[in-house]
Design a protein around this ligand. Sequence first.
Ligand code: NAD
Length: 251
Amino acid sequence: MTTEIERLARLIEESERIVVFTGAGISTESGIPDFRSPGGVWSRYDPEDFTIQRFVSSTAARKAFWQMSAEGGLLADAKPNPAHHAIADLYRLGKLDCIITQNIDNLHQKAGVPEDRVLELHGNMRRVVCLTCRSRFPLPEMVQKAEEVAGIPDCPGCRGILKPDAVLFGEALPVVTLREATRRAQKCDLCLVIGSSLVVYPAAYMPVYAREAGASLAIVNLTSTPLDYDASVCIQGKAGEIMPRVMEMVQ
Ligand code: NAD
């Protein structure tokens, strides 16, 4: 494995415009379960409860969301782990073009990567959005309001329904972010995938676009992915253990 770690370090040294593509696997070492590993989210919750149709039509579903948020939710206390910090080091070295992430946990920003370098394909749970006027509000502010009204707060501007600003099942991905992510993937010289099964589309097209445009591909993931065959370096293991070792070797 050392050889592979060295090869990834060399690849990073040779690259100037790196796009890092991350999925739920980068955050499991921060205590946030992924979706598909044994014990992951889908072995404990019903995906039907996370559809936009259910959220809009069911007061009970919305109440459950606000209650869960008031209790701190799954993500509130999570802290970035060494893999998030390693990517922040890439930014400080001036090599990171951007992170394209499927995660909604805000951990790249918490690790010190500026907001405008993180393209969130599936949104972010720290905000809520009004389904009528599209205004966005910080979640903690609205959680406080939920406690004041002892139930479900509505939009302070237009009284519309407030929804987590993460993409629920049945919702489209944010078009502008998706377009920008595609453009950046097509312009990078290295696409580094960390902690993604690469089976959720259209997000998983990003490394494919990068390869088609001539970039190198590197993958760090616990299990194999459908794109391993096309990667210059492929390391199977824990991102929080591998990425700091890689960055230690980067000159
Ligand atoms: P996924 O659950 O499909 O795959 C995660 C991958 O990470 C798996 O292949 C697994 O083997 C690997 N993995 C697990 N722990 C790892 C570790 N320590 N180091 C390296 N690899 C590890 O997740 P996905 O590909 O991101 O796509 C599924 C969806 O999950 C996305 O839509 C995303 O929005 C959502 N999601 C996000 C979070 C979060 O924000 N943290 C959590 C759960 C799910």
